[in-house]
Design a protein around this ligand. Structure first.
Ligand code: ACO
Length: 320
């Protein structure tokens, strides 16, 4: 039996920072950011942490799914910006929500994190290793940015999204995943350097660094192919898809994918105008807002797709 999404939730920091506010602290403009990316504002964590947002999103997802924390037997968090190296964010969420019966771990697949988590949960459920899974994408990317680098810091935001999945007759029809580690250097953030009594490394922490044009080319080439592969594997025609929920990196990437798929842009809901790019959080936060609007009906077919650092990508066709 495949996994079916039975509830969603999300959490965003209360501080909203517009492009106009960024104009006051760096050499940029609302016009440049909007025309290149579509982004108008983003939420930035002040009191919130990756864990606190993941917990809030999870509690909302449990309410939406009408389940108790004890029913959850698997928690997977996709994140590149946990509050601690260890314990993992998933372990902290498990404790804070009281999911005492759950095994919990994080995965690092950057902007594809939620799709990779969904794939693992689906495999666990099909193998009989789990019955009810909580999958979260949670990020505090604002702490990973060099705020003197206007080419990257304007793109990203903070937040978390979560989904509860359970085995069902209908649900995930296909998931395609891929990685091209050889091109990973186009989007990086290094860990702390080796520094011990035998080697003197830099104590400086690294920030996100990106070759935007290479990432753009990767996304517009790879994502339509991955979606087509997922459609073929599911035996579903592209016109049968009600919504394509893509990672919210850049409106131009989404428009290019829509064009390549021969689909109207109205089928591609977005929230990047208000949230920016939240890496692993993007897809589940968008899914939650679409679900909240009540426009998804049982039996609708949708596509989820995540893509980014790795380089890694994932696309799934599922029945709501
Ligand atoms: N404000 C004003 N000017 C800027 C800014 C800014 N925030 N950032 C860069 N510029 C300037 C540059 O300095 C450069 O100036 P120059 O011509 O005088 O040298 C000029 O704008 C053009 O810079 P480019 O980097 O060539 O700009 P480009 O048109 O490629 O747009 C962008 C940059 C928006 C990042 C684009 O490459 C892109 O969309 N890439 C996709 C990457 C992406 O979405 N990454 C997200 C993370 S990965 C993921 O989630 C998939």
């Amino acid at each position: 039996m495949p996994a079916r999404i039975i509830g969603t939730g999300s959490s965003l920091p209360s501080l909203v920072v517009s492009n106009t506010e960024l104009e006051k602290i760096m050499d940029t403009s609302d016009e440049w950011i909007k025309s290149r990316t579509g982004i108008g504002e983003r939420h930035i964590a002040v009191e919130e942490t990756t864990t606190s947002m993941a917990v809030e999103a999870s509690e909302r997802a449990m309410q939406s799914a009408k389940i108790e924390a004890e029913e959850i037997d698997l928690i997977i968090v996709g994140t590149v910006s946990g509050d601690m190296c260890f314990p993992s964010t998933a372990c902290q969420v498990q404790s804070r929500i009281g999911a005492v019966n759950a095994t919990a771990f994080d995965i690092n697949a950057a902007c594809a994190g939620f799709l990779f988590g969904l794939s693992i949960a689906d495999a666990y459920i099909k193998a009989g290793m789990a019955k009810t899974a909580l999958i979260i994408g949670a990020e505090t990317l604002s702490k990973m940015m060099d705020w003197n680098d206007r080419s990257t810091c304007i793109l990203f935001g903070d937040g978390a999204g979560a989904a509860i999945v359970k085995g069902d007759e209908h649900g995930i029809m296909s998931i395609v995943q891929g990685t091209d580690g050889a091109r990973g250097e186009v989007l990086t953030c290094h860990n702390r350097a080796v520094n011990n009594p035998f080697v003197k490394g830099s104590m400086e922490l690294d920030y996100t660094s990106m070759n935007g044009q290479e990432v753009y080319k990767f996304a517009v080439k790879t994502v339509p192919v991955a979606i087509r592969q997922a459609l073929d594997a599911a035996g579903v025609q592209v016109d049968e898809i009600k919504y394509f929920l893509l990672h919210q990196a850049n409106i131009r990437i989404i428009e290019a994918v829509a064009r390549k798929m021969g689909q109207p842009i109205e089928k591609f809901p977005t929230n990047l105008q208000k949230c920016g790019n939240i890496s692993a959080g993007s897809v589940p936060i968008l899914l939650d807002s679409v679900n909240e609007q009540g426009v998804l009906k049982r039996g609708d077919k949708i596509v989820l797709a995540g893509f980014g650092a790795g380089l890694s990508w994932g696309a799934s066709v599922l029945t709501w």
